[in-house]
Write a protein that binds this ligand. Structure first.
Ligand SMILES: Cc1ncc(COP(=O)(O)O)c(C=O)c1O
Length: 403
């Protein structure tokens, strides 16, 4: 059987349009394709491979658990799930954990829990969910409706109701919208897919205060920002604002599918027996790998390393920009960074990604105007320099193509 990009068009549902490159091997921050061409990975599977590819601690955890027990069901619990839940609660504000398999599922659980909490405590009138324009929370029908891009939720018939949107970083707009009918406010503590947009300190504090004033829950979607990505284990810890519910996925499994919703005992108690569930949530293989990922990331060396690597990324991106003038700004935090394209390159972020692949470096976009970088949190500095040299070659090509 010939395995190539044409086969994708033959056998796959056409909801994606992947590159012609098919990677077959990865080690650390490097990846090789079917033709043995090497790439430096600044994408990390969209902020997933927090420890690069095939990190020895994760491989060992997977192998070890793979020879013990793979799957039970939630009729029984298992050791890796309990160990991971204990470590997540020890490391955060939360007392309780619900395991899912993805970011969208963790968010779905958070939203359902918020609705239950409000219904139980206050009654049917308190069902409004406020989220933010440009926000992204996943692709289930509830989460995509809460997400702030109608283009992703339109076209599927009637949407889940009582979901409204406000502008990020606009506290007055939120104040005008929120009321005692609001059940929850859901936000990313740094908008990722929407274009790498950091929250202003006063805004996050203000959102917390408004939630408290109106007895609404504050849900932080840390699916992209969580597990060390911003230099804190969770971004809320760097903002000094604590949510009531937090969701985490992507980097949590370092490449193995897992998601989690974490919250306090007081709120968790509303998800009573039988109210929600998942066949695979809390799977022993996923939890064993996630435990190893969490143990490895949640150390001063790795978290401080993220801050140092952010500085190197910014320095090299600024150098590239001085030569080629493509960005108006480098923004983001930790290793969740975006190069915002200036007026001349509006709508052209994908050209940088495609030319990067040609030059042997993988990057991402965040919308049409931002080139996004979410590499391994432990990417060696030498790989950052090599990857940036390749990225500069890609930038030079794009500049020449647009001259
Ligand atoms: C902030 C945020 N929430 C939720 C999701 C959805 O996660 P998943 O694709 O694992 O369902 C994403 C994915 O990009 C995300 O960035």
């Amino acid at each position: 059987m010939t395995i190539n990009r044409e086969l994708f068009d033959q056998v796959m549902v056409p909801n994606y349009s992947p590159s012609a490159v098919i990677p077959v091997k990865g080690e650390g921050a490097r990846v090789w394709d079917q033709n043995d061409k090497e790439y430096i990975d600044f994408a990390g599977g969209i902020a997933v491979n927090c420890l690069g590819h095939c990190h020895p601690a994760l491989v060992a955890a997977l192998k070890e658990q793979g020879e013990k027990i793979w799957h039970l069901s939630n009729v029984m619990t298992n050791e890796p799930a309990l160990r991971l839940a204990k470590k997540l609660t020890d490391a955060t504000f939360a007392d309780k954990v619900y395991f899912a398999n993805s970011g969208a599922e963790a968010n779905e659980a958070a939203l359902k829990l918020a609705r239950r909490w409000a219904l139980d405590k206050f009654g049917e009138h308190k069902s409004q969910i406020i989220a933010f324009n440009k926000g992204f929370h996943g692709r289930t029908f509830f989460t995509v409706t809460v997400g702030g891009q109608a283009a992703y939720s339109d076209g599927f018939g009637p949407k889940p109701g009582d979901v409204v949107h406000s502008d990020y970083n606009d506290l007055a707009a939120l104040e005008a919208l929120i009321s005692d009918n609001t059940c929850a406010v859901m936000m990313e503590p740094l908008q990722g897919e929407g274009g790498i947009i950091s929250p202003e300190a006063d805004f996050v504090k203000g959102v917390r205060e408004l939630c408290d004033k109106h007895n609404a829950l504050l849900i932080f979607d840390e699916v992209q920002t969580g597990v060390g990505r911003t230099g804190d284990l969770y971004a809320y810890q760097g903002l000094g604002v604590t949510p009531d519910i937090l969701t985490t996925a992507k980097a949590l499994g370092g490449g193995f599918p897992i998601g989690a919703m974490i919250t306090t005992t007081e709120i968790a108690k509303h998800l009573k027996i039988g109210t929600h569930g998942s066949t695979y949530g809390g799977n022993p293989l996923a939890c064993a790998v996630a435990e190893a990922a969490l143990d490895t990331v949640n150390t001063p060396e790795v978290l401080n390393g993220v801050k140092a690597k952010e500085a190197l990324f910014r320095e090299l991106l600024n150098e590239i920009n001085e030569k080629h003038q493509v960005f108006s700004e480098i923004r983001g935090k930790g290793l969740l960074l975006g190069g915002v394209l200036n007026d001349k390159y509006q709508g052209k972020a994908k050209e940088f990604l495609v030319e990067g692949i040609n030059q042997g470096v993988m990057s991402l976009v965040a919308g049409a105007n931002v080139v996004r970088f979410t590499p391994s949190l432990v990417i060696p500095d030498a790989d950052i320099r090599e990857g940036m040299a390749r990225f500069e070659a890609a930038v030079a090509k794009v500049v020449a193509n647009n001259a």
